[in-house]
Design a protein around this ligand. Structure first.
Ligand SMILES: Cc1cc2nc3c(=O)[nH]c(=O)nc-3n(C[C@H](O)[C@H](O)[C@H](O)COP(=O)(O)OP(=O)(O)OC[C@H]3O[C@@H](n4cnc5c(N)ncnc54)[C@H](O)[C@@H]3O)c2cc1C
Length: 498
């Protein structure tokens, strides 16, 4: 009897079923499990938003019991694949260190964040998961256990040689050009002379089962502060963000559009978390600051007070306040200063209340209006200079189809999530059509239509990938898969079909 809890992921992709569920307690069990299976889906916390962690008849290989921290210090941590991000962070904190690219959902597991090349708010300053992966142990489809260390094995031009139990696999590196943006979770990484480790990062379980990971870590841990900044118009906000991006203390800037603010009000979240948006607020920014370690609340307060005084010491806090003042938003900005954990949690909770509010509305519509209604959203990124154009495209694309929608996300990266608020199944269909159009436009602007969540099994995401790289690009990915997994054993149907 298969335990139903493994049959769905956070995307609620329909039709999940499995041949069996295996939950190894040691990494040593995995080569044999994979060798003897006909189809295997490795899973982590199943927080995938793409259906990639929903089984479709495979043996589900859950990594949840692989929870050993193997080694940790101020500059690294080595863990088994099932260690949650929150544990990575807590363990590093004991060494005065931290792991910057954490996704919002800190219950995601080490193997899962590597398999999807996840990204987080601080990716703007510190990059996605990829550059933080130093080494991996991966079990290939034939049971070969491979240890890959960054910098040790590179492609020769467009060929990668991978030593397997059955000989050397000659892997053809695809020739497509990846969009030049900070977040990309869009099929296989491919570049001239690429590092073998980069092939496995972001491969969504289709090329190997990740069993251990060594991440780089940063120390010391910076002191954090937050600023909630209401803006009167989108152009004002974009102009402010463009300047804040140049300030080294700014780690991330999140964005909530007018519809998001209405949702907060409709749900009473503004009152619950005690935030006020002045009349006429068109959108709100949540700016995350990394201040020098040891900056106290009192230090920050003094720096803010002095910021507008001529001759005040040049500190990050002072520079940020001067910028906010120059843009006319200083008086309406609310800060959570270092040490004020409660206020910081409230400001973050306000931001998180937006996707929660949208997901609740989608769920309600599904129950009350039509069971076919589903979350209809995109996860796209453009170079920041094209952000205003991208927002106009989202607005026109949704409005011209008569859709209600909300947009929020990581404005500092040029990556936001345009979500439909469906009132009928027809809205979902029109929303999907709009998202495919957005994908073409985003690619035209030099961006990537699949930024942080991956491709998974979602038909729209798979179509976006095909739109980005063309049929030829998908065929090149299939050739990579064929070289390492000729029987199409690992995560079949994820990223592309056979
Ligand atoms: C509330 C919420 C917030 C989120 N916020 C973010 C965010 O800020 N940024 C972001 O990038 N994502 C975010 N996500 C999406 C999700 O958390 C990430 O994609 C995460 O990286 C998935 O990790 P997981 O352990 O849950 O993997 P799963 O969902 O279990 O698996 C995801 C994919 O990875 C493969 N996989 C998992 N483990 C392994 C392994 N050991 N070896 C090989 N393949 C494996 C699976 O086959 C599947 O294709 C969010 C999701 C939710 C629900």
């Amino acid at each position: 009897m298969v335990d139903g809890k493994y049959l769905s992921d956070a995307a609620h992709f329909p039709g999940g079923h499995a041949a069996a569920i295996v939950v190894p307690r040691t990494t040593a069990e995995i080569p044999d499990l994979v060798r003897h299976a006909t189809a295997v889906l490795p899973i982590g916390a199943q927080s995938s938003l793409t259906g990639g962690a929903t089984p479709m008849g495979e043996v589900v290989l859950s990594t949840e019991k692989l929870t050993r921290v193997l080694d940790a210090g101020p500059s690294h941590i080595r863990v088994e694949a099932g260690v949650p991000v929150a544990v990575i962070q807590d363990t590093l904190a004991k060494h005065g260190a931290w792991f910057p690219p954490v996704p919002t959902f800190t219950g995601a597991l080490a193997g899962g964040i590597v398999a999807t090349n996840a990204a987080g708010a601080a990716t703007f300053r510190h990059g996605p998961v990829r550059p933080w992966v130093q080494a991996l142990t991966v079990v290939l489809a034939d049971g070969t256990e491979l240890t890959v260390r960054r910098g040790e094995q590179r492609a020769r031009g467009h060929r990668l040689a991978v030593a397997t139990a059955s000989g050397t696999a000659d892997v053809p590196v695809p020739s497509y050009r990846m969009p030049d943006v900070v977040k990309r979770s869009a099929g296989y990484h491919a570049e001239l002379d690429m590092d073998l480790i980069d092939l496995f990062i972001g491969s969504e379980g289709t090329l190997g089962v990740i069993t251990t990971v060594m991440f780089r870590a940063l120390s010391p841990v910076p002191t954090r502060a937050l600023a909630l900044v209401p803006c009167q118009s989108e152009p004002d906000a974009i102009a402010l963000v463009a300047e804040l991006r140049r300030e080294p203390a700014v780690a991330a800037i999140e964005h909530m559009d007018r519809r998001c603010l209405e949702i907060l009000q409709e749900d009473g979240a503004d009152g619950r978390y005690d935030v006020r948006f002045p009349p006429g607020t068109a959108l709100a920014l949540l700016v995350q600051l990394e201040l020098p370690p040891g900056t106290s609340e009192a230090d920050a307060f003094t720096q803010i007070e002095a910021s507008l005084t001529a001759g005040a010491p040049e500190t990050a806090m002072a520079r940020v306040c001067r910028l906010l003042n120059a843009h006319g938003v200083f008086d309406d900005t609310e800060m959570a200063l270092p040490g004020n954990t409660r206020r910081a949690e409230q400001l973050i909770a306000v931001r998180e209340a937006v996707p929660a509010g949208v997901n609740q509305r989608v769920g309600r519509a599904q129950h009350q209006i039509d069971p076919r209604i589903a979350k209809t959203a995109a996860d796209m990124i453009v170079p920041f200079e094209r952000f205003g154009e991208m927002m106009a495209i989202y607005r026109d694309g949704y409005s011209s189809r008569g859709l209600d929608f909300a947009v929020w996300g990581h404005i500092s990266d040029g990556n936001v999530h345009p979500n439909v608020l469906p009132r009928s199944y027809a809205d979902v269909e029109r929303g999907k059509e709009a998202i495919l159009y957005f994908g073409r436009e985003v690619a035209r602007l030099g961006g990537c239509p699949l930024a942080e969540h991956g491709v998974g099994r979602h038909p729209v995401k798979q179509a976006l990938l095909r739109g980005l790289y063309g049929d030829a690009g998908i065929d090149e990915m299939r050739a990579v898969k064929r070289a390492l997994d000729p029987e199409w054993k690992l995560a079949p149907g994820v990223i592309f079909d056979r």
